[in-house]
Design a protein around this ligand. Sequence first.
Ligand code: NAI
Ligand code: 2OP
Length: 309
Amino acid sequence: MARNKVTVIGAGNVGATTAQRIAEASLADVVLVDIVEGLPQGKGLDLAEAAPMIGHDARILGTNDYADTAGSDIVVVTSGLARQPGMSRDDLLAKNAGIVRSVVEQAVRHSPHAILIVVTNPLDAMCQVAFAEAKLPRERVIGMAGVLDSARFRTFLAWELGVSVRDVTGFVLGGHGDQMVPVTSYTNVAGIPITDLIGEERLAEIVQRTRDGGAEVVKLLKSGSAYYAPSASVAEMVDSIVHDQKRVLPCAAYLTGEFGLNGIFMGVPCRLGAGGLEEIIKLNLTDDEQAQLNRSAEAVRELVGIMGL
Ligand code: NAI
Ligand code: 2OP
């Protein structure tokens, strides 16, 4: 059986660590692409030379040439500018829209059957740019943010309760911005509702820390933004697709009426398998959660409107 091939565009912090995670977990051969000459080649070579210690046989190629990406099963788009301290995700809009448009056009031309996973910020708006440019069905254009935001939420809850992160289930839905919606009504520890375990006020603080999760890391790093948890999030999505695991993960998907929203990308619970986005799972949100989701959608629509999409 031919091995899977995953192209990662952008050999910066998120792209390179994503390539590392995919190769070292033997999920696929990886092609790492960047616009900067030598950068993907150098990182690709370095990653390949780690294989004897890790004990994997995935091939890793660094390149500036999209011809090398031909026939990819998945294309992960991380190219763009990262947030700097004091810079909002939304400030990145125009610059990153141009980058995403150009890399998606080139990638899809060489891999027309690929599933796109968009990472570049502002995430939901960049998904819309990629979707418009790629002209692929919505099943094959998916954004990564919810897995990361939910992982932050789960981490903080596990710390609070002194329990294993593995036992904390929770969804963060909506756009990947300040209005994201940690859905407490569907958050539990080994099936026990989170509201039975943590008081309302403390839970609200943890929800707020989750919303600020990206900015908290940016503030500490002073230059650049998070990449270990983001790359782990992408790898989890890639794993579910290449192994047809049918994981239910919060991802940005193009909505056609789900959750009462239409024509935009937003984070919703998705079943990911070999076909990419195989199903959007419906939830019974509380009125307050639905109102929060609507507000988050407004924020996404505003950005999409600015881009004239
Ligand atoms: P980085 O600055 O380390 O890497 C970005 C790379 O993109 C650079 O190597 C740059 O040369 C490359 N690049 C720029 N223009 C390009 C082009 N036209 N073609 C190919 N490569 C190009 O940034 P980092 O930390 O890797 O973040 C990448 C993006 O991912 C940012 O937009 C960041 O905000 C976003 N991000 C999104 C997350 C999410 O949850 N969706 C989480 C973390 C980061
Ligand atoms: C994050 O949430 C920067 O969006 C990125 O870490």
